[in-house]
Design a protein around this ligand. Structure first.
Ligand code: FAD
Ligand code: NAD
Length: 468
């Protein structure tokens, strides 16, 4: 029987990063993945394929809507070849997952393909595709089995017309009318993809605003921009049934007044969140405890109730984000090596890759209000930037919230072109506990979108933005 210092179950961004860091720290490492390709949800059916389709559909939208204004004339009709677009996405996925395979080899990590399940607290059975089972032994085990799409109890996901994000990433036709249940990250990113490709899109959301976890100002501005792009929203609607009638899907919901509203489309994307995935793991055999919503329960060191078993990423509490899973993978590896690493969960940024992009880190204004913290706000609109006008991306703003007395930055909330990348400046600033004045006194290259960060910091410090 093969024996390891550490075995990791699941090869998503949590699992594969944990494996690399364990190997870097000198541990004999194994990783077990039930699918043939490594990389988990993120690389196969999540972050990477969704961004590939967002980018392709963005090019198409630019070509049909904006090229002409830039003085670029294309003779003849511009058409979408969906099969080719989905094919390119798959090529990006294949290249990226192949890269993880290479990294495992480079770091001398043993990769096992098969379903991992606990035999006991130090042994894992691996059920392979050929029907055989191999057992390995490990001193330490990291559970990194991720998450699966959630649904509503009365919905039957048929994977044809009533679908999750996984199917939405490989549709064979552009829907005529895509109904989307859930105005969160997946609903809006994939909704925008299909809107750009020509579908009518209606988002049915339970709460009174989209992206409900983010700062209210971002929800408002994003809704405004997406409405301009002709995406329809039915907010404060409680979905109560989803039925298929041939190629039609009918979604019924109760609106705020309690009246029944019916929506008819040809596809319905269910995007109401994800839940921890532990099917087939046989946690009971190792005595590992779970908490609410099936999540694996862990302490501050991400250790389960069984001392040599840890858990990371989507399968535990916290934001379901690839970079959060990665940080946790590194943290556990370093704890196993005797180090004392730390993660500040308040400083894990959140990004929505619509266009304009949305990005945030730290506290929202609503959270600070609820906590009774005294704060001040500086906000700067993208349209006041030369760079934004040059590229015709004028929607959005940067909002910086700072402590009223100390000026320490408490939260940064952005919407606009390229803010997914701009948010890193805010993360660095907040990691070093910068004040708004600190940011405002740093030189920001001109002309860039980053100037909006400096201007918002000036506005937060002394209400003295320069260009507005
Ligand atoms: P996962 O990536 O889910 O990986 C878990 C792995 O474990 C899977 O490969 C699974 O097959 C394997 N596994 C499970 N059980 C077993 C078992 N018993 N034996 C062997 N293997 C097993 N996050 C971002 O930060 N940015 C984004 O842009 C983003 N976009 C997304 C878009 C979509 C459409 C979706 C669905 C998600 C997106 N996410 C994004 C979220 C991100 O994908 C997850 O947060 C991330 O993948 C979690 O990583 P993980 O390692 O915890 O789990
Ligand atoms: P989400 O939590 O972002 O959004 C779910 C939405 O569905 C919420 O707005 C919620 O109010 C709504 N909802 C819940 N029940 C409903 C009901 N019965 N009727 C109508 N609306 C309902 O979840 P998601 O969009 O499914 O994404 C799942 C996870 O994947 C998220 O945790 C997210 O972090 C991750 N993800 C991240 C990215 C990114 O980082 N860019 C992209 C995609 C997914």
């Amino acid at each position: 029987m093969s024996s390891y210092d550490v075995a990791i179950i699941g090869s998503g961004p949590g699992g594969y990063v944990a494996a690399i860091r364990c190997a870097q720290l000198g541990m004999k490492t194994a990783i077990i993945e039930k699918y043939a390709t490594l990389g988990g949800t993120c690389l196969n059916v999540g972050c990477i394929p969704s961004k590939a389709l967002l980018d392709s559909s963005h090019h198409y939208e630019d070509a049909i809507k904006h090229f002409d204004t830039h003085g670029i004339e294309i003779p003849g009709e511009i058409k979408v070849n969906l099969e080719k677009m989905i094919g390119r996405k798959q090529a990006v996925v294949d290249q990226t997952t192949g890269g993880i395979q290479f990294l495992m080899k480079k770091n001398n990590i043993d990769v096992f393909e098969g379903l991992g399940s606990f035999k006991d607290a130090t042994h894992i059975n691996i059920a392979k595709k050929d029907g055989t089972t191999e057992t390995i032994e490990a001193k330490n085990i990291i559970i990194a089995t991720g998450s699966k799409p959630s649904s509503l109890p009365f919905i039957k996901i048929d994977k044809q017309r009533v679908i999750t994000s996984t199917e939405a990433l490989k549709l064979k036709e552009v829907p005529k009318h895509m109904l989307i249940i859930g105005g969160g990250v997946i609903g809006l990113e994939l909704g925008q993809v299909y809107k750009r490709l020509g579908a009518d899109v209606t988002v049915i959301e339970y709460m009174d605003r989209i992206i409900p976890g983010m700062d209210g100002a971002l929800s408002k501005e994003l809704a405004k921009v997406l409405k301009k792009q002709k995406i329809k929203f039915a907010l404060s609607h409680k979905v109560k049934s989803v039925e298929r009638n041939g190629n039609e899907v009918i979604v019924k919901a109760d609106n705020k007044k309690g009246e029944e509203v019916a929506f008819t489309g040809d596809y319905c994307l269910v995007a109401v969140g994800r839940h921890a995935y532990t099917d087939g793991l046989n946690l009971e055999a190792a005595g590992v405890k779970q908490e609410e919503r099936g999540r694996v329960a862990v302490n501050a060191h991400l250790q389960t109730n069984v001392s040599n078993i840890y858990a990371i990423g989507d399968v535990i509490k916290g934001a379901m984000l690839a970079h959060k899973a990665e940080e946790e993978g590194t943290l556990v590896a370093e704890i196993l090596a005797g180090q004392k690493p730390h993660i500040d969960y308040n400083l894990i940024p959140g990004v929505v890759y619509t266009w304009p992009e949305v990005a945030a880190v730290g506290k929202t204004e609503e959270e600070l209000k609820d906590a009774g913290v005294e704060y001040k706000v500086g906000q700067f609109p993208m349209r006041a930037l030369g760079r934004a006008r040059a590229s015709m991306d004028v929607d959005g703003f940067v909002k910086i919230i700072a402590d009223k007395k100390t000026d320490e930055v408490l939260g940064v909330h952005m919407i606009g072109a390229r803010v997914a990348d701009l948010i890193s400046e805010a993360v660095v600033a907040m990691e070093f506990r910068a004040s708004a004045e600190d940011i405002s006194r740093m030189s920001h290259a001109h002309p860039t979108y980053a100037e909006a960060v400096k201007e918002a910091a000036l506005a937060a410090t002394e209400d003295r933005a320069l260009h507005i």
